[in-house]
Every structure is written in C-alpha cells, then in structure tokens.
Design a protein around this ligand. Structure first.
Ligand SMILES: C[S@@+](CC[C@H](N)C(=O)[O-])C[C@H]1O[C@@H](n2cnc3c(N)ncnc32)[C@H](O)[C@@H]1O
Length: 274
C-alpha cells in the first residue's frame, strides 16, 4: 500500500484529532489513521492530505466526518453483563433507598453510546426494576453521527440482538423482516444527542453515568479532563461506570471505588453536602 502520510503529516493530523476529540493515535496505530484519511480523500475527491488539511480547517462538517471516521463503534446489548448485574442489584436499590419520596426522577447519561445498545439495555432494566412512583430519563450521546442515526432508529438486525435476554426480546422488541424494532415505550425514554466529550455537555444533576470503552482511546490528560467533567455534572450520591479495562487509578479524583459481588464501579459521595 503506498503511503500518503509523511511523518510530518501524521503528527499534524494526530494533533488535530487529539485536540478536537481527545482520541490519541499512537505510532503503532498510524496505519489506521492513514487508511481513514485515504477513505476521506476519496470521498471528497482530493488527491493530497495537504489539500484535505485545508478543507477541514474551513469546513467544520468535514472535520466532524473525519472525527467520526476514526472512532471505533463496537458495542452490543448488555455488553459486560457483570456491569448490568451490578446496576440492577446494587445501584438501583441504592438509588431507590436514597431517593424514594425525595426525588423520584433519575437522570442517566450513556456517554459514547455508539449505536444505542447500551442506553436501551439500561432502559429495559429500569423499566422492569424501578418501582413506582420513580421515573427515569436517559441521555445518550456520541460524536459519531453514523452511529447515532441507527441508534435513534432503534432497529437492529438479528445478528446484533445476541445479548438480549429472551424475555426482554419478547417484551420490548417487535420482530420486523430481518431484525427487531425496539418498542416505543423503551425508545421514548432515551434521548440521543451529538456530543463531543472534549467539551462541557451542559448537563447537570446526573445520577448515573455509563462511559464504557470510550476513554480507552484517549491519552491520560484527556481521560482526566473527561472524568473531571463527569464529576462536575453528577449529583452527590451518584454512580459512574467505566469499561472493565479502564480505570481511574493514578488520577487525582474524589470518586470512591465501589467493589460489589458483581462488578466494580465508582461513586460520587460527599458527606458535607448531606
Ligand atoms: C467502543 S464504543 C463504546 C460503546 C458503548 N459505550 C459500549 O461500551 O459498548 C466507543 C464510542 O465512543 C465514541 N467516542 C469516542 N471519542 C468520543 C468523544 N470525544 N466524544 C464522544 N464520543 C466519543 C465513539 O464514537 C464510539 O461510538
């Protein structure tokens, strides 16, 4: 494969992508960046990375498409089932004990939601387990528009439905042609939004954040910044789930590490605000 990316241009593009999104390309991932750039050059009919560089500087939409093209969107329903078991058996009961009759509405954020399987999985559990009169809403965000579109549609091919427990599939999906459509009662609880975790979300008073398998693509500075922004938007007595290969170890954060029989995650809890 002929290389289109000089060392200098590799630095240039990886810095732009990092500054715009926190996504870090190490030298060993150079060929991935190069192949994404080749695809973009072809799509916009340009024959040099220098010309493409000029284009993204003046065209914000193309910058977004470039960022989208370098994301990894792999996900599935109930991915890492241990997290969902902890959510169901520990977090929901804690939230109910703590909030019932004080604040009956829970706000969740699935940050880096990809094609929607994570927020819909959360919604199905909450629908089953959250006792009346408590209610919930889920904000699900990503910077990948090509992922947010199918997420919003809520239609999944048969091959994507693997992790959904049979009873949830029967209850919360309609079979259609070669796949399944998520039912409106679940769909309406999730609001999808374009958001880049490099910036403030504008969200406040969030009770539960799921940001799994996202910061793994960031370098440590961008990880810290994202985690600090989560802290800012979260309520006192709230929970943060990150991917099982991600950790806050070594970060100067006030999040408490919570270890349960199902999985580990983090809690924001400040006694002084009680
Ligand atoms: C591997 S998927 C994880 C999906 C889901 N959270 C899960 O664990 O199954 C990572 C997602 O993070 C998104 N992402 C990466 N960098 C981001 C950023 N700076 N802001 C928002 N989303 C980002 C990607 O677009 C991608 O959809």
């Amino acid at each position: 494969m002929t290389s289109i990316l000089s060392d200098e241009n590799f630095e240039l593009f990886r810095n732009i992508i990092y500054n715009q999104s926190g996504i870090h390309f190490s030298s060993s991932n150079r060929s991935i960046l190069e192949s994404r750039l080749k695809e973009r050059l072809k799509a916009v009919n340009l024959d040099s990375v220098t010309a493409y560089h000029s284009l993204i500087l003046k065209n914000q939409e193309e910058m977004k498409v470039l960022l989208d093209s370098v994301t990894t969107n792999l996900t599935r329903f109930f991915r890492n089932t241990a997290h969902f078991a902890a959510f169901e058996n520990f977090v929901i009961p804690e939230m109910v004990n703590f909030h019932m009759n004080r604040k009956n509405h829970l706000k969740l954020w699935s940050a880096g939601c990809s094609t929607g399987e994570e927020p819909y999985s959360l919604a199905m559990i909450l629908k089953e387990k959250l006792p009346s009169p408590m209610s919930f809403e889920i904000i699900a965000s990503d910077l990948s528009l090509k992922s947010l579109m199918p997420a919003q549609a809520g239609f999944y091919l048969e091959s994507r439905i693997g992790g959904v427990p049979k009873k949830h599939l029967a209850q919360y999906f309609d079979k259609k042609h070669d796949g399944y459509q998520i039912k409106e009662e679940i769909k309406k609880t999730v609001k999808f939004d374009y958001h880049n975790l490099k910036f403030d979300s504008g969200l406040r008073n969030v009770d539960i954040v799921f940001c799994r398998n996202v910061i793994i693509y960031f370098d440590s500075e961008a990880q810290k910044a994202a985690i600090n922004r989560f802290w800012q938007v979260m309520n006192n007595h709230s929970f943060l789930f990150i991917g099982h290969s991600e950790s806050l170890f070594g970060m100067n954060t006030l999040f408490e590490f919570v270890k349960t029989e199902w999985a580990t995650f983090y809690r924001k809890f400040l006694n002084s605000e009680e």
